[in-house]
Design a protein around this ligand. Sequence first.
Ligand code: TPP
Ligand code: SF4
Ligand code: SF4
Ligand code: SF4
Length: 798
Amino acid sequence: NHFCVGPHDDVAFTSIDYAASFNIEGKDVYRAMFFGLGSDGTVGANKNTIKIIGTETDNSAQGYFVYDSKKSGSMTVSHLRFGENQVEAPYLINKANFVACHNFTFLDHYDMLANLEDGGTFLLTSPYPKTKVWDHLPAKVQQQLIDKKAKFYVIDAIKLAEALGLGARINMIMQTAFFLISGILKKNEAIKAIKDAIKKTYGKKGDKVVKMNYDAVDGAVNNIVQIKVPKRISGHKLPPTVPEEAPEFVKEVTAKMIEGKGEELKISQVPADGRWPTATTQWEKRNIAVHVPQWDAETCIQCGRCSLVCPHACIRMKIVTPAELKAVKAPKSFKTANAVGKEFKGKKFTIQISTRDCVGCSHCVRVCPAMKKDKNGKKTGESALKMIANTEAVTKREAKNWDLFMALPEMDSSLINPASIKGSQLKRPLFEFSGACAGCGETPYIKLVTQLFGDRMLIANATGCSSIYGGNLPTTPYAKNADGRGPAWSNSLFEDNAEFGLGMRQSVNKLSYQAAELLQAAAAEKLITKKFVKELLSASQKTQEEIEAQREQVASLKESLSKSSSIVAKRLYHVADYLVKKSVWIFGGDGWAYDIGYGGLDHVLASGENVNVLVLDTEVYSNTGGQMSKSTPRAAVAQFAAGGKRMPKKDMGMIFSTYGNIYVARVSLGANPQQLVKAINEAEAYDGPSIIIAYAHCINHGINMATAHEQQKKAVACGHWPLYRYNPLLEDEGKNPLIIDSKAPTIPFAEYAQGENRYRMLKMANPEMADTLMAEAQQDVDKSWKVLQGRLKALEIE
Ligand SMILES: Cc1ncc(C[n+]2csc(CCOP(=O)(O)OP(=O)(O)O)c2C)c(N)n1
Ligand code: SF4
Ligand code: SF4
Ligand code: SF4
């Protein structure tokens, strides 16, 4: 009656003991475990392996796949069993014949050989040559290999995949290596079966993709190396999961979950009310990038673009005084340059990369406009940032430099203009190191909003990618500044998010009205002066300095209230913080905004309340694998639109701009970052509802993510994504409220579309339909530009 198996229930005491090594498998069962890096294709490859073995042999097969909710870059563990008889084992593998590690850095973090049985096989992808690999293993792993008399194989799958143009997708190489080493199928049979599976899986993506994967199979055959396990222990000690200086909760609870041992936690260790500490991604340091950027201080023009586009907040900038640098004992490897700009005269500018949080997407490098010059003053092809190998030496050096950078003081906000790219990037992001896909198009927008308003913002987040990487476990990316201030974040449902945000706004309003009333009552009781009440209630809180000034006033109010035993003083003390202006944001994807949450969104925007909506428009339901939404453009292939979408994209910005009292902006980070920063500042400053619709590239578009910003430029250049701002305040000033921020289309829609597999796929599958839809999509673009121009004219003030 009311028992549980697994969780350690020290609250209601319902757990019962079980034997962790319990095993009902027959002797014929072969057990293999694969430790992959999220989105490297390991899980997909293992699903194919099951199909191959299930169809090509008389074996039965079983697979369990374990992974967390990070969109990519975390560890996935595949548990595969094969047997001559029916495999019936409804639990994870605890003794494996074969263990494969698809990422070398995992060895420092996860005890994957604990499950290898004596005499079993260990396959490792390693960047080191045969003669050197042993000495790079942690001592614990060396000892396990020796004690278990393991057979040890290595392959440099990453180098091979890169040479073949597969980037980080090492799945085919590792899958082939598994078949060759395990001997489950004869070599030739295995190769043929894998290639047949490749054709089935990637056929739709075109011959080039199929050929690359065939080459990966052949490459694997020639590159697997067996290493005789030496007797000597020469490796390093395992680093702690999180550093000593991490908070207690992180050391006790988060670290266990990072290690993949969350089931060992006691129920009493988990927060009872569902509130989870923020700012914990900083302790994770996944160090998963194969390549990381390196900054050239001399070439840099200090524009801030690299920091703005980084989806993971790993590249940051600061301006400090030489004395501040001296105070933290900056070594030579800590690079600085003289700060550009009159206001920063005599100061030093620095850019720092957290290489252990970087995911190697290369966006920062690709947007850097500063070109290095050769001796003759001629521009070389290299910018102020370049990708270099993320070696142990780089990790060590940059880890130290990062700590030092973080110890430097934050910028004085009175010296920066937050409405400029550079100014916004001199502010600390309060959303960092999320588990979004490498190069995600959504996260830079969120990060920017937190840089501008994070110390006083509340976020209602719709379900979607942003709720997953935003409220992830084991760690959460919303962070705090040195004063402990950061965004308060919550996710309700997909369908009620706008209303959820409206509720936050109304609660904040109510609490600040209460504070205002109590201020009057406190003055009546002579706890404070009437003058002080007036100052608090009439304070302008438009700039960061004014906000800081109001915070100081509130702090002194609380100080005087704390000395009083009056009921009014006690009540006011608890709501006094609401005298500081709060910024309420509502985040969500297009599936939420255009479709499922549209009714609520319309209601909330029409309410006139001061809420800010940010739509992260990937033009599909990204989190669930790319289903069509009303934002999906005509001609694009998506799930539920396998033959290409036949209807045009809904123009939500235009719809909301007809209300007249809603601030509406359409933005694209890649195409016009300055307009983006301006729009976000304007939307927040507008004392009413605002909506920003942001173009967000996504892996579901089938693009080379490294070139995503070039693709964003084309989306604007072809007229698919015109940039504009509709600001009702301008009308009050006697001006046209609509400002179009992009030029008339300069390239055809097809030129943009051909850069994305979501459009190309249809051309391969059904060329006639593709041509028809493409022509119609061009008409859509032409028409919407005409409508926009017409509206601009119609709104002109006579
Ligand atoms: C009512 C409801 N239907 C379906 C789902 C499943 N679901 C979760 S996230 C998601 C997709 C979200 O897509 P979008 O709003 O475009 O955000 P994105 O993932 O693209 O950022 C879906 C369908 C859900 N959580 N609730
Ligand atoms: S490579 Fe990507 S993740 Fe790394 S710093 Fe540059 S933009 Fe950020
Ligand atoms: S984008 Fe290039 S030039 Fe601009 S701040 Fe970054 S490194 Fe410097
Ligand atoms: S929006 Fe796309 S790129 Fe970003 S995390 Fe979601 S699936 Fe990945």
